[in-house]
Design a protein. Structure first.
Length: 551
């Protein structure tokens, strides 16, 4: 069946104009000419949304989202609560139930809307997953050429060996021009992102044109499908060393997941979405979607260089005052300008990285790293975890962020995100934790908890653990040296196993209490954080899901 007949069957489309599988160069021109919508709060709905820079097609496309959607619209994200799925899905505020009886009529109205306006739709066929063992054909259909270009950047193309493609295919229909009616359509607002696992359809309507919606929606789908196939789906980075030793790094924003995985001595598999199957680890994607705000070009040379490469996509970085974007070199853009959003973004192909593992694949990981950036300054720089502890800290997904940027505000703020990516996890956390424990056991994988945060006191008093020490601890773990040693001590409050020595690291810092001048203050702060762990564990009901408390 051709794609037109397929889309007619799915959405009732019969009078639309398709632009099918255009090249990125063609999509660049189409986006500038045709992508129209709101880019200012009180602006018109027909404003130009995509712009070239001074480099033209030799450089990036610059895209502006609706100002009400500069990130994922989590409060408007749903899964259709079909019979048989109701008890499987992990329902939560950022992934809510959608009435199955409402989905079909809403989809019909969207199709009728597109037919009546004789819409021009961009279609891009890609895959979610680089390994044919699990790769899912993913068809993007939408009103914006920019979104089609983004999907081309972010997902693998031409994955050979995928069986039964038509039966496996998922289709995402993205229609910013359609406004939902909550009373009629069952949404909470005029926009919605809805996943229907039975019909293999994702529907995006209304002011939800943040490019990442087209990536994270499909990631949520894969996080449902892969465990059903016996595979592990992970929000993590991954790389492989010269010995063929794979590693995966879990971590929330600000913990060093991307920086630490970009090691010149190791080949990058991916920096965000990874699968662990019976044959090893592989990237679900074919691109990177990096934050640009306050980018340090010296610390992140790959991203800095890619800013001037063709086929890349900059999102929501403002133009320079008094200067047209068309006259601006992308290297001159003010990446500290957050006047549109703190969440400025950059999409670029994986090939912009100089050292990528062949096929974005690797062997089973020898080492798993759970990253945290403890701004309370009380967790050890590195801890050795057994299986029960891995499951516990994995479902807790802890880091500590700074409370704010105002002068005098130095109290850290705890953040817990199950599986280091709770919003995207369609199954309950215990499903992923058990898969992780099983795969670690099957492949004799070791695990550490690596703290990239503060020592000697909390943020504002102590100092952040140096990148030199963090790299030395990570390299010792990757080489197996931390697990080979038998010289450990147990942390009396967190019950964590701390090595007493590590090559290239001052042994004094390995027990965090040693680095605090006021030992009593340390004990008070450590007990406070432990109690936060215990309260969160209870509140989330993790014990009822089969996770054992270890703290």
């Amino acid at each position: 069946m051709g794609f037109q007949a397929d889309l007619g069957r799915l959405f009732g489309l019969d009078s639309v104009d398709y632009r099918y599988n255009l090249s990125k160069e063609e999509l660049f021109d189409e986006a500038i000419a045709n992508d129209r919508g709101r880019i200012a709060k009180d602006g018109p709905d027909d404003a130009q949304k995509a712009y070239p820079t001074k480099l033209g097609k030799s450089g990036p496309l610059v895209f502006y989202t609706d100002p009400s959607c500069t990130g994922r619209p989590v409060q408007d994200t749903f899964g259709v609560a079909s019979p048989g799925l109701e008890d499987k899905i992990w329902w939560k505020p950022d992934f809510q139930r959608f009435d199955p009886a409402k989905f079909g009529p809403l989809l019909e109205r969207v199709g009728k809307h597109l037919n009546e306006k004789k819409a021009q739709l961009y279609v891009k066929d890609v895959y979610a997953g680089s390994d044919p063992e699990y790769a899912v054909p993913y068809r993007f259909v939408g009103e914006y050429a920019t979104h089609a270009m983004f999907v081309h950047n972010m997902f693998p193309k031409d994955v050979a060996g995928v069986a039964d493609e038509d039966q496996k295919r998922w289709t995402l229909l993205n229609v910013p021009s359609f406004r939902a009616d909550p009373e009629r359509d069952g949404t909470l607002s005029a926009r919605a992102v809805i996943m229907n696992f039975e019909r293999k359809i994702c529907l995006v309507v209304g002011r939800a044109d943040y490019c990442g919606v087209n990536k994270k929606t499909m990631f949520t789908v894969m996080n449902y499908l892969l465990p059903e196939l016996g595979h592990m789906s992970m929000h993590c980075s991954a790389n492989v060393g010269p010995r063929g030793d794979g590693a995966i790094l879990f971590g929330l924003s600000g913990t060093g997941k991307t920086t630490l995985s970009a090691d010149p001595g190791r080949k990058l598999i991916g920096d965000d979405e990874t699968a662990w199957t019976q044959s090893g680890i592989s990237n679900l994607e074919d691109g990177c979607y990096a934050k640009l705000i306050d980018l340090d070009k010296q610390a992140e040379p790959v991203i800095a260089a890619a800013l001037s490469m063709p086929g890349t996509l900059i999102e929501n970085v403002p133009a320079l005052p008094g200067k047209r974007m068309e006259d601006t070199d992308p290297q001159d853009l003010d990446l500290t300008d957050n006047s549109i959003t703190e969440n400025t973004r950059f999409s670029y192909p994986l090939t912009c990285n100089p050292g990528v593992a062949e096929g974005a694949k690797g062997p089973h990981p020898e080492t798993i790293v759970l990253l945290t950036a403890d701004a309370f300054g009380v967790l050890p720089p590195v801890s050795i975890l057994d299986t029960k502890e891995v499951m516990y800290h994995f479902v807790m997904g802890f880091t500590a962020k700074l409370a704010g940027t105002e002068v005098g505000i130095t109290e850290p703020k705890a953040a817990f995100s199950a599986c280091f990516g709770a919003p995207f996890m369609a199954h309950k956390p215990s499903v992923y934790a058990k898969h992780l424990a099983e795969k670690m056991s099957q492949n004799d994988t070791r695990c550490i908890l690596l703290n990239t945060g503060w020592g000697g006191g909390p943020f504002g008093v102590g100092k952040r653990i140096s990148i030199h020490d963090t790299r030395a601890l990570l390299n010792a773990a990757l080489d197996g040296k931390l697990h080979e040693s038998s010289d450990y001590e147990a942390h009396p409050i967190f019950n964590l196993k701390m090595p007493k020595s590590c090559p290239g690291v001052d042994a004094k810092i390995l027990n965090p209490r040693n680095t605090w001048a006021d030992k009593g203050a340390y004990d008070t702060a450590a007990n406070k954080l432990r109690d936060l762990f215990r309260t969160t564990f209870t509140d989330k009901g993790f014990a009822e899901l089969g996770i054992e408390p270890v703290m």
